[in-house]
Design a protein. Structure first.
Length: 305
């Protein structure tokens, strides 16, 4: 009897622990076409909608259908503005999830599979040939890593190849693929929804060398314009036509310059499976961090098609 009660208690505690919601461990949520990270799991979106409706300051009446759309995005933007989360673009990333966790701590939410749990279900690949055989490189966002090879990278034995046709970056160590990840290269006349900008520049093909490495470089072209502390414009500063305003450039993390004309590799949350940048090569944050740490000034970079 005692053993039965003990087992029952353990089961209840285990269930409670796994039923507890944790926005901080959810997948990022946003417009799927704009961001590689945004899985938009319906249960996680539904919990987001429930939490937003429960906020006593916002008085929202969202339909809790688990579908990401215009109304949910606008509600997130309202939430971000109220809690001073900037930029308030409706992207449910780390900053927004931290505040949601605090604001909705007393809201009872259905249990969902978290991003961490989803990662556990991902298939592991024995080698790059196995990865390439089972993954559609042009469409998939999956990343291949050979940690043993990566540990041997010293900058002198690395080489980057960027395939425009696949929208993929490969990091070679001693001539072997140590990392293969999605990237976004330059586009010709492509409309960028998040910045309301037309991208109009291809990433140049050829062989380059990394000219500089800066952990957090400020863009001289893309950013926000502020007047009296209020954001009045977001996008290409060259196209701003309003009254005089203060320009604040976007931070390009893990910047690796390729050309004197401003083309380089850098981290971005806007990773697509087709060309969509203004010439630079965008990389997922974790991928950019790895590449940045494994190369040095002078590392060879081949851009092919």
């Amino acid at each position: 009897m005692i053993l039965t009660r003990l087992l029952f208690t353990v089961l209840v505690l285990f269930s409670a622990a796994h039923a507890k919601h944790s926005f901080k461990h959810y997948n990022d949520i946003c417009e799927k076409t704009d961001n590689q990270k945004c899985v938009n799991d319906p249960l996680q979106v539904k919990n987001l909608q429930i939490a937003l409706n429960a906020d006593k300051y916002l008085h929202l009446h969202l339909k809790t259908d688990g579908k990401w759309g215009k109304n949910t995005k606008e509600a997130v933007q309202k939430f971000q503005k109220h809690y001073h989360i900037f930029p308030a673009e409706g992207y449910v990333g780390a900053k927004t999830k931290r505040v949601l966790e605090r604001v909705a701590k007393n809201v009872k939410l259905p249990p969902v599979r978290t991003a961490a749990a989803n990662k556990m279900t991902n298939r592991s690949y024995t080698c790059y040939a196995d990865f390439k055989k089972h993954v559609d490189l042009q469409k998939s966002y999956k990343v291949f890593k050979n940690n043993k090879l990566l540990s041997k990278a010293n900058g002198k034995n690395t080489h980057i190849k960027i395939d425009v046709s696949e929208q993929r970056l490969k990091l070679y160590v001693n001539g072997k693929v140590a990392l293969c990840a999605p990237c976004t290269t330059g586009a010709k006349r492509k409309f960028e929804p998040n910045t309301k900008t037309y991208r109009d520049k291809h990433t140049p093909l050829g062989t380059f060398r990394i000219k500089e490495k800066i952990a957090a470089k400020k863009s001289t072209i893309f950013g926000e314009m502020y007047r009296n502390g209020k954001k009045v414009y977001h996008g290409d500063r060259r196209k701003y036509r309003g009254p005089r305003a203060k320009y604040v450039g976007h931070t390009m993390h893990h910047w690796m310059r390729l050309t004197s004309g401003g083309v380089g590799l850098h981290a971005s949350k806007y990773i697509k499976r087709h060309p969509g940048s203004n010439g630079c090569v965008r990389l997922p944050f974790k991928v950019a961090s790895i590449v940045f740490s494994k190369v040095k000034k002078g590392t060879k970079v081949s851009v092919i098609n």
